[in-house]
Design a protein around this ligand. Structure first.
Ligand SMILES: Nc1ncnc2c1ncn2[C@@H]1O[C@H](COP(=O)(O)OP(=O)(O)OP(=O)(O)O)[C@@H](O)[C@H]1O
Ligand SMILES: [Mg+2]
Length: 237
């Protein structure tokens, strides 16, 4: 695998067993993603976007083919190696925020740092910085039931980026947000991408997200139909 590639996928096939037969969710997928790319997987419902993100995240396994993420060959890695990769180098943003309801914003965002055994002083400063970057400093001690949908999603984003992952996977991250919040969040992510060279892969239908992407891979029926470089995407703040 080339050093500058964050993700390399070769001849990926993904089939799900369905009632004694197989459903082919992805076939003939070949993708190389370089460091600091800002890329989207776009396609109709059922085209395989989430399936592909889950495989890249090591949450689901390929039926055939090779998937290398940040230097780890996922097919021949152990469960423990994949968990370590996710914990140390990856961030996940889901459509449903998956915040812990009894924890405050601070505590939710602190979780990845606790998992990575970061010291307390450093934890506090990293959480404060991540929460500030999503504009929620004044909500630090609020619990999710005291927050709006946009604030919950911004908390989830702070949690996904607090440990400065090399790769962030985001599945429909703006699905529950209004236009203003969607643009606000995309600008935060573009800035992170530019400042820390964090690589991003989005799965999305949302035109508002697409406007910021620098590369769009189109999926249809589990196959790549187009791999497009965008010359003039919207910029961050
Ligand atoms: N565990 C599973 N078992 C059987 N089929 C599955 C499974 N997971 C996904 N599929 C099928 O694979 C196809 C791709 O699903 P996927 O969730 O990746 O689509 P998507 O592009 O993310 O769609 P959406 O835009 O609706 O989120 C769908 O037809 C889905 O029904
Ligand atoms: Mg999906």
């Amino acid at each position: 695998m080339s050093n500058k590639n964050v993700v390399e996928i070769k001849n990926l096939l993904k089939q799900f067993p369905v009632g004694g037969d197989y459903f082919t969710a992805l076939s003939d997928i070949n993708v190389e993603l370089e460091k600091a790319e800002f890329m989207g997987l776009v396609g109709p419902s059922g085209s395989g976007k989430t399936t592909l993100l889950n495989i890249i995240g090591g949450l689901d396994s390929p039926t055939e083919g090779n998937v290398n993420v940040l230097g780890i060959e996922l097919g021949s890695s152990s469960h423990k190696e994949r968990a370590h990769l996710r914990k140390t180098k990856m961030g996940f943003i889901f459509q449903s925020y998956n915040l812990l309801p009894v924890y405050t914003v601070f505590e939710n965002v602190e979780l990845p740092l606790l998992l990575n055994k970061v010291d307390k002083d450093e934890r506090i400063s990293m959480v404060e910085q991540a929460v500030k970057s999503v504009g929620l400093t004044d909500k630090m001690d609020s619990r999710p039931n005291m927050l709006s949908g946009g604030e919950c999603q911004r908390t989830a984003i702070a949690r996904a980026i607090v440990h400065q992952p090399a790769l962030v996977l985001a599945d429909e991250p703006t699905a529950n947000l209004d236009a203003e919040n969607s643009h606000h969040i995309m600008k935060i992510l573009v800035r992170l991408n530019q400042e820390l060279s964090t690589s991003f892969i989005f799965a999305t239908h949302d035109e508002k997200i697409m406007a910021y992407l620098r590369r769009i891979i189109h999926l249809d029926d589990g196959e790549i139909t187009e791999d497009e470089n965008i010359s003039n995407p919207k910029a961050g703040d």
